[in-house]
Design a protein around this ligand. Structure first.
Ligand SMILES: [Ca+2]
Ligand SMILES: [Ca+2]
Ligand SMILES: [Ca+2]
Length: 175
């Protein structure tokens, strides 16, 4: 069973991933997400980025179960999220692809403004990140390293700790 914390985390990202806002995730949502990300594409190879993003679609579709409607509900996403502990490689590949996409100046670090671009790209709308960035920047040097980001990303998707900074990697949770 998904915990209440996992449900709140997934509610927020479901909204971000449901690009056409019809309350279900479909292949069209993933194609739209991939286009959104490849439009940023800092130092990332756009083809790799698109393939990482769209690569999650078959994983989710496989969880969409018996009804065969090729659409994934929030409960079905939760089922996938519960199994992500076993897919650590795929989770960190996604973290790396997104890291490279928003490392716009290619210095191997995510600055505060690059992090803002990440969240805006993920959500599809401008989002205030002033409060969350310092929590994620564990050593306070003003940047997120690839390792810092990977840790937070993995915590968000595979962890279940309300006190972990990574729980807030996309900002405040929905109520
Ligand atoms: Ca949709
Ligand atoms: Ca950078
Ligand atoms: Ca740092």
């Amino acid at each position: 069973m998904a915990s209440e914390l996992q449900r709140r985390k997934v509610s927020g990202v479901f909204r971000a991933m449901d690009v056409d806002g019809d309350g279900r995730l479909t292949e069209a949502d993933f194609q739209a997400l991939a286009r959104r990300w490849t439009a940023v594409a800092g130092s990332a190879d756009p083809e790799r980025l698109a393939s990482v993003m769209t690569g999650w679609w078959p994983v989710l579709r496989a969880a969409s179960g018996r009804d065969g409607d090729n659409a994934v509900t929030i409960d079905e996403v939760l089922l996938v999220v519960e199994g992500l502990g076993d897919r650590a490689d795929a989770v960190s590949a996604t973290a790396d692809a997104m890291f490279e996409a928003v490392d716009i100046d290619g210095d191997g670090l995510i600055s505060r403004s690059e992090y803002g671009a990440l969240i805006e790209t993920w959500n599809g709308t401008p989002t205030v990140t002033d409060e969350v960035f310092p929590r994620l920047d564990l050593d306070g040097d003003g940047h997120l390293t690839r390792d810092e980001f990977r840790t937070h990303w993995t915590e968000f998707w595979a962890g279940d700790d309300p006190d972990a900074p990574g729980t807030y990697v996309f900002g405040a949770l929905v109520e």
